[in-house]
Ligand binder design. Structure first.
Ligand code: PLP
Length: 483
């Protein structure tokens, strides 16, 4: 039964209290998920701007013309930096939706223009998981091309070699999320264009940083729609645009392409539907707050913030490279850094990587563990934000301590009987009880809360075959949302 109503101040106090158990979103100690400009007035502005538009429904710009005006402003601003004359796009809820729409557009374009009925998307192995999700949702087959194991950059010629008559889309990242390394966009796009295939640049994380880094004088390889062959691009304003979550833009070279993104339906008795994006009803608040922060910071504001991010990486990278047994992966563009930790054998050591993450968490820092994949080493990922800049010294000091502490820890071992058991499990036929039992044995039970040290759990996960890993993760997250 619905509980009795409670006073607003009580509820707000409860909400604030819940935040105490979370990683901090401000203060530069959480190196994934959050992007702290270090500017309290930006946070005040986004909250206030959201409030002004919170009740507006972005579903219908004929009833709420302000929505079209704001969206044209936002997409126009993005296009002025990353587009070409005639480019058209949409404001979306995030990178995942932007990518979903770009893949849908490519699928429908390939069908309409080239008669492709069994479409494929060619991806470097470092492409964001959102492309796999899009392919899964949209019935598109993925063709994954390994990246160079030393530079972590996409292999442009291998990708060109994977293009077939069925290819609807080829993807490059600027840069990749996992390692912060830019793909050779110009080469990948040129090869796609030669076959008349569309090319999407995933600039979700780099798109609103790289142009401003370039303005500070840093070398930045061209990656936007002005590169010949690039036909669409995604950029998340809720990352280095410093908007609140729920703000991204997908941009196409021209109106003809964007048309394939739209969905219209007049064959029902309700109102005539035209949905440019995946959502129907959507709050105007997200668009309004993104518009406000873009216009508030402006060119000079973003350039100053990019300079601070660059300064953070200038301090961090030499510190990491000087640390014994620590290896930075590839040559990151600056804002994202992934490093691995070597064991006594001089090779990446999963147990050490995971212990370092736990040790850092105990010292109040969140670094994101990334597991091994297809010969690419397990590592810790850091997303640098302006608020990080003044924290690099303490971060490196705690990291040196954490690496030493990790080396002194019991090595992480996966119980061989557990690994053996896992090898016999078929992820597709496992009963939910079997999965639950396995998770409980591994120390993962959502209702019990997470273990204080994640290393043993993640090491076990790392050892599982991919499909089984996915099944376990699904059940585990399901147990977190146990109602
Ligand atoms: C963040 C990110 C995405 C996915 O975006 P969400 O906003 O998390 O949905 C896709 N690609 C890259 C490179 C990203 O960094």
């Amino acid at each position: 039964m619905l509980p009795a109503g409670r006073p607003a101040d009580q509820l707000l106090a409860e909400l604030r209290g819940l935040r105490a158990g979370d990683a901090p979103t401000r203060g530069g100690r959480t190196f994934a998920y959050v992007y702290d400009a270090g500017l309290p007035d930006v946070d005040e502005l986004t909250t206030a701007a959201y409030g002004v538009f919170a009740t507006v429904n972005g579903l219908d710009p004929t009833v709420f013309p302000s929505v079209a005006r704001l969206e044209n402003d936002v997409v126009g601003t993005v296009s002025a930096v990353l587009g070409v004359p005639g480019a058209q796009g949409s404001f979306t809820s995030g990178g995942t939706e932007s990518i979903l729409l770009a893949v849908k557009t490519a699928r429908d374009h390939a069908r309409a223009v080239r008669g492709v009925t069994r479409p494929q998307v060619v991806l470097p192995s470092t492409a964001h998981a959102a492309f796999h999700k899009a392919a899964h949702y949209l019935g598109v087959e993925t063709v994954v091309v390994p990246v160079d194991p030393l530079t972590f950059r996409a292999d442009a010629s291998a990708m060109a070699g994977s293009v077939t008559d069925r290819t609807a889309l080829v993807v490059a990242s600027a840069p990749s999320y996992a390692h912060g390394v830019p793909d050779p966009v110009a080469e990948i796009a040129a090869a796609a264009a030669e076959r008349d295939v569309l090319c999407h640049v995933d600039a979700c994380i780099g798109g609103w940083l790289l142009p401003f880094l370039a303005r500070t004088g840093r070398p930045v390889e061209p990656f936007d729609l002005s590169v010949p062959g690039v036909t669409s691009i995604s950029v998340d304003l809720h990352k280095y645009g410093y908007a609140d979550k729920g703000a991204s833009v997908v941009l196409y070279r021209d109106a003809e392409l964007r048309r394939h993104q739209y969905f219209a339906h007049a064959g029902w008795p309700g109102y005539p539907v035209v949905n440019p994006t995946a959502q129907g009803t959507k709050s105007g608040g997200l668009l309004a707050q993104a518009w406000a922060v873009l216009n508030h910071l402006g060119h000079d504001g973003y350039t100053a913030l990019a300079r601070r991010v660059a300064l953070a990486s200038d301090r961090l990278l030499p510190g990491l490279r000087a640390m014994d047994g620590v290896r930075v992966l590839g040559d990151p563009v600056g804002s994202l850094v992934a490093f691995t930790v070597h064991g006594p054998a001089g090779t990446p050591d999963l147990g050490l990587v995971l212990h370092v993450a736990d040790e850092m968490r105990e010292r109040g820092w969140y670094l994101q563990p990334q597991l091994s994949y297809d010969g690419l080493p397990p590592n810790l990922h850091l997303t640098l934000a302006p608020a990080t800049t003044d924290r690099v010294g303490p971060l490196l000091a705690d990291l040196a301590e954490s690496v030493a502490a990790a080396r002194a820890c019991e090595p992480v071992t996966v119980d061989p009987s557990l690994a053996e058991l896992a090898a016999t499990l078929d992820p597709d036929t496992l009963a939910p009880e079997d999965v639950a039992g396995f998770l409980a044995f591994a120390g993962l039970d959502g209702e019990q809360g997470l273990p204080s040290r994640m290393a043993p759990v993640l090491a076990l996960l790392d050892a599982l075959p991919t499909r089984l890993k996915e099944r376990m993760l699904t059940e585990f997250v399901g147990s977190l949302f146990h109602v």
